[in-house]
Write a protein that binds this ligand. Structure first.
Ligand SMILES: Cc1cc2nc3c(=O)[nH]c(=O)nc-3n(C[C@H](O)[C@H](O)[C@H](O)COP(=O)(O)OP(=O)(O)OC[C@H]3O[C@@H](n4cnc5c(N)ncnc54)[C@H](O)[C@@H]3O)c2cc1C
Length: 309
């Protein structure tokens, strides 16, 4: 069976594309990735997504989007695409559970993953003090002293969330100024549990079975110091999840997919939406908007194919 539209990914871009495709009677198939929801599902409070004046949790927002897509007939499969062949049409896909699919059009919404620190101890202590998801793991740090690395919106937002559990949250930033929105900066500065460690980078994570100490380096003086912490949450940027398309879709040096103003990739019938190509805005509402655009273009493509054009 050849699908009309396969959407790879289930973040705000993928689920919005699914809502539009389902309402257009395309009966889209969403291949979610290993978990549904993408990055927004890993945050506790979303206060800037329109339509939720009192905020909404990330998992709730995802659940609502999923329901909305399914209501109009979107099919949602939890699976991970491991191989694509975009040189033939219909396009061919394989997944890690051994399924194979063919599709007339593809919407790539594979988004991005948290960038790693790449320091000794990071891999070793993953799940034993090292985390990239405060909503998932914050609870385990009740009464503990922890560190958050980064100076952007995510670092501050998640650092503030972690103050609900931790006795102290050290925000380690490599500069002496934050990039985060002023409202988050003000909240962090006012929170008595937050301590800023300026001009510092993490060089090593040490412990015995679990995280106990961070070795920091001052970016100005290069002096090293130790910070006792039982947890470290890393928010230092992202890497696009686009390895799957190497050699088939054009991308920049960092791996972000190249698209035109209408989200067409270099392969006709393959569209990209969200953080797989957008490294500038990085907001759920923006990815959702791109999901809508890509789907509308996919419909035009399908109409052309159907008319033999
Ligand atoms: C901690 C945190 C807090 C945030 N808070 C906010 C906020 O308050 N407001 C806001 O607007 N934005 C927030 N963001 C940003 C927002 O989450 C992202 O902008 C948005 O999720 C990007 O959506 P996306 O659909 O483009 O990609 P992603 O959310 O990255 O989703 C990508 C999807 O693709 C899937 N995938 C990847 N590879 C494959 C594959 N090979 N096969 C199948 N599926 C695959 C993944 O599993 C995932 O479902 C936050 C982000 C983080 C990390």
């Amino acid at each position: 069976m050849t699908e009309n539209i396969i959407i790879i990914g289930s973040g705000p871009a993928g689920l919005t594309a699914a809502i539009y495709a389902a309402r257009a009677n395309q009966s889209p198939l969403v291949i979610t990735g290993r978990e549904i929801g993408g990055q927004i599902a890993t945050t506790d409070q979303v206060e800037n997504y329109p339509g939720f004046p009192d905020g909404v949790t990330g998992p709730e927002l995802v659940e609502l989007m999923q329901k909305q897509a399914q209501r109009f007939g979107a099919r949602i499969e939890t699976d991970f695409v491991t191989e694509v062949n975009l040189k033939t049409h219909p396009f061919q896909l394989k997944t890690e559970t051994g399924n194979a699919y063919a599709a007339k059009s593809l919407i790539v919404t594979t988004g991005a993953s948290p960038r790693k620190l790449n320091v000794p101890g990071e891999k070793e202590f993953l799940g034993r003090g090292v985390s990239y998801c405060a909503t998932c793991d914050g609870f385990f740090f009740r009464g503990k002293e922890i560190a958050v690395v980064g100076g952007g919106d995510s670092a501050l937002q998640e650092g503030l969330f972690l103050t609900k559990f931790a006795s102290r949250v050290h925000i380690i930033h490599r500069r002496d100024q934050l990039r985060a929105q002023p409202i988050l900066q003000a909240r962090a500065r006012e929170n008595p549990k937050v301590n800023f460690v300026w001009n510092a980078v993490v060089r090593e994570i040490k412990g015995n079975g679990k995280v106990e100490t961070l070795v920091l380096e001052n970016t100005q003086t290069h002096a090293r110091s130790k910070l006792p912490a039982q947890g470290i949450f890393v928010y230092i940027g992202h890497t696009p999840n686009t390895d799957l398309f190497k050699g088939q879709l054009e991308m920049n040096e960092e791996g972000y997919l190249k698209v035109d103003a209408r989200l067409h990739t270099n392969v006709p019938g393959v569209f990209a939406a969200g953080e797989a190509h957008d490294h500038v805005f990085r907001q759920a509402v923006v990815s959702a908007g791109y999901g809508c655009m890509a789907e509308m273009e996919a419909e035009k493509f399908l109409a052309q194919v159907a008319s033999g054009g």
